[in-house]
Design a binder for this molecule. Sequence first.
Ligand code: EPZ
Length: 420
Amino acid sequence: MDKLVIEGGVKLKGEVTISGAKNAVLPILAATLLTDDACIIKGVPDLRDTNTMIRILRSLGKSADLEKGIVSISTLKKTGYVADYKLVSTMRASFCVLGPLLGKLKKAKVSLPGGCVIGVRPVDLHLKGIKALGADINIESGYVIAKAQELKGNHIYLGGVYGSSVLATDNVMMAAVLANGKTVIESAACEPEVVDLAEFLVKMGAKIKGQGTPIIEIEGVKRLHGATHTIIPDRIEAGTMILAALITRGDILIKNVSYKHLGALIDRLEEAGAGLVKTDNSMHVRYKNELKAINVTTLPYPGFPTDMQAQMMSLMSVTPGISVITEKIYPDRFMHVAELNRMGAHIQREGPHAIVEGIKELSGAPVMASDLRASACLALAGLAAKGKTSISRIYHLERGYENIEEKLEKLGAKVWREKE
Ligand code: EPZ
């Protein structure tokens, strides 16, 4: 296994182009199971997770190849309906093949996804939604086995104790597009990645309204055809790069970013005193003055994204004042606290809150990545820290950030890879 080593203290300067959104491309690749026609997906980031989803599509009878950001998908042989444990256990997002397999084949056998360090990650809402469409569900030796004579549209309330669910909304939407009649998903997720999936489904011939709002209406159709689609920019990678500019007191032009998808983050950063110059598809972030500590609470979109919580904690750990960071989506998503404290941060966890007392400077140290966004948080901390930081288990980082070292190096960062 490799580790990422960063010599901190360099002000990042220059331009960076954001890749396609991981959390849009995964369900969109799964959605190609809804047709036997060829599909072309553009703007696909070359990530561990996208390659896992491509392997799952191949295991289900598709031919799928990622070449220079483009995935061409066609049907090689009769689509299988079993997504096996080996692949699903490496990436829980693979669970979003359940909806399209059920929608197209009226049967699906998908391994239950494991939990992960950020939480138990239940799938009760996914199962509630597809049951409401008429599927019989059995749980057998770690698999969900779903079958339906016919899928019938229904009115489904999909809100859980933590609010809406992104992938449950995706799964139900993908099962409903070929169901008989109308489906209304109430308390649907509004994330831009859900909207991007809906846009792709509409290009395939689906009838969907209300995507991006809590009420999505789907009129079932008989079949879907192939389509070509370009993935939206990754708002979480963009947010991470914005914080990289601020935490290193640098000056970065971020290209291929839709600031409309970053409202909550921009609001918090402007409240902290950051100056962000936005155009339609770029953002110029130049550190001008010392920021002030602000409070952050994660919420479903358009609230502050939980996937930016760890990265914001890095910035707040070197911002004067007290910042209270409250995690309302995954209350245990604080594995990065102990690692930041190893770098000299003053952070105290109190249940779903982390109390961050900003210090002058972090000090480089050997730290361990525990999940994708925690590894991004540690990379940001390493960029700002005095001395050398080595982040082990960086396969977590490779799951969601395309060519991250090259991108940081181009911005002047002293970053390299070493064998564990
Ligand atoms: C998506 O996961 C993202 N992953 C996550 O990003 C992101 O953190 C999450 O949405 C929240 O925004 C992908 O899109 C591939 P949820 P998802 O269902 O859909 C609870 C990253 O770093 N819940 O919206 O699995 C759940 O426990 C990853 O890129 C239920 O209770 O998340 C959580 O508390 C990490 N029952 C809340 O809902 C269910 O059936 C939101 O989870 C499903 C979820």
